[in-house]
Unconditional design. Structure first.
Lengths: 410, 261, 301
């Protein structure tokens, strides 16, 4: 009962709180007011339910129970996919076949959406190196994406360079920008770093906007060619499918590189940096080098993704590289689970594909992204997928029962 | 005896506050030395200076090597000092909480291994060999500190005593010749303290390294240390063998107050 | 050099600067108490402008006397923003006390995005004209450099800042706030209710932001759902410039930033106005993160 009373109170509070913004619309041209009292009613009902849910979640959290339990079957499936190598191989090959056949079985429209989703997967995985592994909250990640896209656009426009030349050059330029940002911010604490990188991102965007002689200003650059394949002439459909496979390959490469990196000596150093900077230094790790490596690696992927993005859309302008884009990529990392590769891939796919396929939902996309960031931080800061742990084989334990690690928990 | 750590005239100012003033200290090879004194005497500040976290205002700090050479520690960064052979633990435990016990120790191997980003991506035989060695050495260290059954647990799930031991294991993984322990027995019960004492001795005897420890548990300090430095208000007020320090009137005054002297 | 142009830029800068200072106070107060960059603070300011717009619109349509509209709309904006600030803290930050340092910051970013889109969906994505609410001020006609809105902004923000300074300095609650900012644990031991103080901080900060929102909206005469981001970033720059956590610092920082922007726009080019703010932000954080009036802290190990 007290819970229901509390939820009712919340509902009334929020109805009053949101009353002006939700219920009043003023038309200044014909000087009239439209009242939307029905919105207050809907909102009140919604808040009532959410307040009960919120309370319930807190109770679960206080008792240490998981808030989302995926049901027995799904948990077992996940455990099998992780633990049983045959099951894992089966799952992966099923996924691989699905992804390979996708553009052949569906329309160009669907393929285009998938390309966008895969590009975000790439970006989210890149940001995951910096934020998830190394614990450096970067809010201007999209700046490196812009560097990649504009380096292709500009190098093509002024020097006539092609896609395949620009791909490594774009990555390299993004790395240089990453290092240029990384050097001065080495000493900064977490929240200051976040703000400085946000400022950096905005400066890059504003520069692109206010330098029309070079960047085309708000109009951007158009007529960027799609990538070629041994000089073959491709129509737009073939070219889209070609880009799809290109992005898919890039994503696979990204996953391989990042999972290898994560489990390496450098990866351990990155994670140690995230956990405790002072202890990390005391372990003989040069944090300057580690931080710069994190920046370089992260921005490199954004650069690649940027070049591919420019090639895919054939037209770029500064409005694709605003803070909201950075925030969206960050919310994928947060939802997926900091440092978790599978989680970030799943989260990026959900966050891009869900609004595309659930049309009713698409207006609310950014609203939901914002809410996800808050709710995840409060109830499941480790993200959807956590406890991805590497298996180590210890020579001294070979042949005994616990030869390999028991794996992590979901 | 050959010195390992030699500090002369060390002072550290924070704004107008002098946290360390004109401190001289020396630790010889294979020696266990304790640094004691009331809270706020500057003991941890001293550790922070020696390990490069703070930059001392005045004074010189030298680390002597087995081959007779010595390195000036002033102006070096923490990771360089660790690489030179000085490792430490922290008063308020600073483990990598969301990494496993084994990974914590492997992180300590960082400055003794070489693989870079390229090696990580290619996983060439040399990288793999180095990694396997690092895993096995880390596991052996865990066995030595009786943590081997916990190797795949997250560090944050360990008991307090186990966390303290893991910090020591992680420090040992850097292959130090000089080990600094900041209140290793804090929060331990008498039995755990006894075990720790045996462990510290075992570490010194098997590895022939020197240990400098800050500790408040007097019975442990008295039976474990070869020599003791007593600090008060940032300066050293007494030094010597445990029996001498115990009898020193200034020490008794600092610890027990005027009337009991 | 044209002295009249200079004076105009100077007053323009002061006007902007005092708005930045009003919003910056909210960042600084919150940072002083819970060491959180309240990223959604700019959104509270935007909500203040919208609330005032809507209330003024309703009053105007139903024939409320003109002179009273500004006052009622401002009061409504303050009340509602205080409530928004209070709710924001309870929903998004309070559950994260004691969480790792970056968690509340990410939550704050989430809240900022949420609030922007809440206004976008409930109202409009377009720019809306803000009604002209200011009374006639004939005595200003002699001073050609100072428009009524400039004059009002300067007066109101000066008064608000004096009131705040007196409140912090002399009232019981103000003293409790200062104590909590210095040492939260000690304040708790002395029987200060930290939750209450934190709520109060959000309420005060949000009210000041609301005031800033109404003033700037009546000056610029056009608003949209997105104004909070840039204004918030600039106010944060002002707070950092003055030394985050320091109340006089926020005021000084706001004025310095406002003047710098105004003179750059006047003598160099308007294109670089926003870049300038971000560049100052980055340079200050890198070169002197404690700001002009802040004190350096020793890192605890």
């Amino acid at each position: 009962m007290p819970r229901i009373a509390k939820a009712l109170l919340c509902a009334v509070w929020f109805m009053l709180l949101t009353f002006p913004v939700m219920c009043i619309q003023v038309n200044s041209i014909d000087n009239s007011v439209h009242w939307h009292f029905e919105r207050a009613l809907w909102l009140g009902c919604g808040v009532f339910v959410l307040a009960l849910l919120w309370d319930w979640c807190f109770a679960r959290k206080a008792k240490g129970q998981p808030i989302i339990s995926f049901g027995h079957g799904l948990t077992r499936l996940a455990a099998n996919l992780r633990g049983d190598p045959r099951c894992r191989l089966g799952g992966l090959s099923l996924l691989a076949v699905g992804m390979l056949l996708m553009p052949l079985l569906s329309s160009i429209y669907q393929t285009n959406i998938m390309i966008a989703a895969l590009l975000y997967v790439m970006l989210a995985l890149g940001l995951n190196i910096v934020v998830g592994l190394a614990g450096q909250l970067v809010l201007g990640y999209v700046a490196f994406y812009a560097v990649g896209a504009y380096s292709y656009g500009l190098l093509h426009q002024f020097l006539g360079w092609g896609f395949w030349t620009c791909l490594p050059v774009g990555g390299l330029l993004a790395v240089l920008f990453g290092l240029a940002l990384g050097f001065p911010v080495l000493r900064l604490r977490g929240d200051y770093l976040a703000i400085v990188t946000l400022g950096f991102g905005e400066i890059v965007r504003l520069t692109l906007l206010n330098w029309p002689s070079l960047t085309g200003g708000p109009a951007g650059i158009s007529n960027i060619p799609r990538p070629g394949l041994f000089g073959m002439d491709m129509d737009i459909n073939a070219s889209t499918i070609y880009i799809y496979y290109l992005v898919l390959a890039a994503v696979v490469l990204t996953i391989v590189v990042i999972s290898r990196l994560k489990n390496s000596r450098v990866g351990l150093a990155l994670q140690a940096l995230r956990e405790d900077e002072i202890a990390c230094e005391a372990m003989g790790i040069d944090i300057t080098r580690v931080k710069l490596s994190a920046f370089a690696l992260g921005s490199c992927w954004a650069g690649f993704a940027g070049v591919i993005f420019a090639a895919k859309t054939t037209y770029i302008n500064p409005s694709s590289f605003g803070f909201m884009e950075s925030a969206m990529i960050l919310s994928m990392v947060v939802l997926g689970g900091m440092g978790s590769i599978a989680g970030v891939v799943i989260a990026a796919m959900i966050l891009i594909l869900a609004p595309e396929y659930l049309r009713a939902f698409s207006e609310y996309r950014m609203l939901i992204f914002g809410a996800i960031m808050v709710v995840m931080m409060i109830f499941r800061p480790q993200g959807l997928v956590s406890g991805e742990r590497r298996r180590y084989s210890i020579t001294a334990l070979k042949g005994t029962a616990s030869a390999s690690g028991q794996g992590g928990q979901a | 005896m050959r010195p390992v750590l030699e500090v002369t005239g060390l002072s550290q100012d924070f704004g107008g506050l002098r946290a360390l003033s004109d401190l001289d200290l020396r630790v010889d090879a294979n020696e266990i030395v304790a640094l004691i004194g009331p809270n706020g005497a500057g003991k941890t500040t001293f550790f922070n200076c020696v390990t490069g976290i703070y930059t001392p205002t005045e004074g010189k700090m030298w680390l002597h090597h087995a081959d007779g050479g010595k390195t000036l520690l002033n102006g070096r960064k923490p990771h360089q000092i660790t690489a030179l052979g000085m490792a430490r633990t922290f008063q308020n435990i600073r483990l990598f909480s969301n990494m496993t016990v084994l990974e914590n120790v492997m992180t300590g191997r960082h400055c003794r291994t070489r693989a870079g980003i390229l090696g990580a991506l290619l996983r060439d035989p040399r990288t793999r060999r180095e990694e396997q060695e690092s895993i096995d050495q880390s596991y052996a260290l865990l066995e030595e500190l009786h943590l081997q059954h916990l190797w795949n647990d997250l560090a944050c799930n360990l008991s307090y005593g186990a966390q303290r031991r893991l910090e020591i294991a992680r420090a040992l993984a850097t292959e130090p010749q000089m080990l600094l322990l900041d209140e290793p027995a804090a929060g331990m019960n008498p039995q755990e303290t006894n075990e720790l004492e045996a462990l510290v001795r075992h570490i010194r005897d098997t590895r022939k390294l020197s240990i400098l420890l800050i500790e408040h548990d007097m019975s442990m300090v008295m039976s474990l240390s070869d020599r003791i430095y007593v600090m008060e208000y940032g300066s050293c007020i007494a030094t010597g063998k445990p029996a001498e320090v115990r009898a020193n009137p200034r020490v008794i005054k600092a610890y027990l107050g005027e009337s009991d002297a | 050099m044209d002295i009249e142009f200079f004076v105009e830029l100077f007053f323009g800068g002061l006007t902007r600067g005092s708005i930045y200072a009003l919003i910056a106070l909210g960042y600084t107060l919150v940072y002083g108490i819970i060491e959180l960059i309240n990223f959604a603070h700019g959104e509270v300011y935007m909500l203040g402008a919208f609330t005032a717009l809507l209330v003024a619109g309703v009053l105007g349509v139903y024939g409320f006397p003109f002179g009273g509209i500004l006052i009622v709309a401002t009061l409504a904006a303050i009340v509602w923003c205080a409530a928004y600030g209070f709710t924001l803290e309870k929903v998004a930050y309070k559950p994260l006390r004691g969480a790792p340092r970056l968690s509340p910051l990410i939550s704050a970013i989430g809240m900022s995005i949420f609030l922007q889109n809440y206004v976008l969906l409930a109202q409009t994505p377009d720019f809306v004209p803000f009604p002209y609410l200011l009374p006639e001020m004939p005595f200003l006609d002699d001073l050609a450099v100072l428009s009524p809105s400039n004059f009002l902004i300067l007066m109101v923000s000066t008064v608000a800042m004096i009131v705040l300074a007196l409140f912090i300095r002399y009232t019981r609650m103000g003293k409790a706030m200062r104590a909590t900012a210095q040492n939260r644990k000690m304040a708790l031991l002395l029987g200060i209710n930290a939750d209450k103080i934190i709520s109060l901080t959000f309420i005060i900060g949000s009210s000041l932001a609301a005031l800033g929102g109404v003033l700037i909206a009546s000056h610029m005469q056009v608003i949209n759902y997105n104004i909070g981001f840039l204004a918030g970033m600039k106010a944060f720059t002002a707070a950092v410039l003055g030394g985050i956590g320091s109340i006089p610092g926020a005021m000084v920082g706001g004025l310095v930033l406002g003047l710098a922007e105004s003179f750059t726009t006047g003598y160099v080019s308007g294109n670089y106005e926003d870049i300038l703010a971000f560049a100052i932000l980055i340079l200050i954080l890198i070169l002197r993160p404690d700001g002009i009036l802040g004190k350096a802290k020793v890192q605890k190990v």
